[in-house]
Ligand binder design. Sequence first.
Ligand SMILES: [Zn+2]
Ligand SMILES: [Zn+2]
Length: 302
Amino acid sequence: MSARNQMRAMVDQLMGTGRNGETSRYQVQFNDQKVCKSFLLYCCPHDTLSSTRMDIGECPKLHDNALRADFKKAQQKFDHYYDVDATEHLKAFISNCDRRAEGARKRLLETQEELTAEVAEKANAVHELAEKIGKKLAKAEELGAQGLVDDSLKLMGEIEDLQKKKKEAQDIYKNAMPKSSYLRKQLRVCDVCSAYLGVHDSDQRLIDHFGGKLHLGFVEIREKLSELEKNYEERHEARRKFYEQERYKRDDKRSHRSKSGDQNEHHRRSRSRSRHSRHCSRSHSRSQTHKHDRRDRDRRRY
Ligand SMILES: [Zn+2]
Ligand SMILES: [Zn+2]
């Protein structure tokens, strides 16, 4: 993004759509169906996973910083319940990913030699330790980058212990199966981001995976979803009641208006009735004329 665009985005974020009377730039308002509610709440997966290996492309709905600023202001006045929509969006997204991961797991089972339950358990032990190591390594690297050297070193100590345990688990696994099968790559699907992980992955690969944008993006989306889901039922019900009340209010206003306008209404109706009959008689006479025309024409033809 150019510096100019960056500046513009920042101002949008602060001021909303109304600045400099720029409303014409915006064909929609923040509450339009076309606007992404998850974006308004900073949790659209399309943003979180942008420029990762699993780039899912642009969100089909509108993302705009200025609309988000408008929403923030409006939300202060009354509750819009957009978290309910965001929960449903993230839930659909994650269950779609989980379904795909399940498919990948099935394909793996078909292509990889099936392990006996006993050996599979041993392979799992290696995977679990690798996962712990990978997460801690990524964290240690992050702490180091933040200058928190002591915390980072403490973590490195824990990692060394885990590495010893992993080595042991690997030996047990290796001895449990024939050499040819052991050498073949044993893969598994990451529960969080559904990327493939290997039993023999190096520490660097583990850091790249567990500290990588894709895996961490999924961690973020899943955490956000479980946070949103805690209040989902309650919020969903509150939204339903809110809409119901709004409907009552509207109906009430309408019936009130029609009561107070009874006199006028009567007058208007009688007027419109006379206009109606006038119209009818006119159209009647027109159709009569048509008939005459047709008759004339028919006569001419013969
Ligand atoms: Zn979006
Ligand atoms: Zn992962």
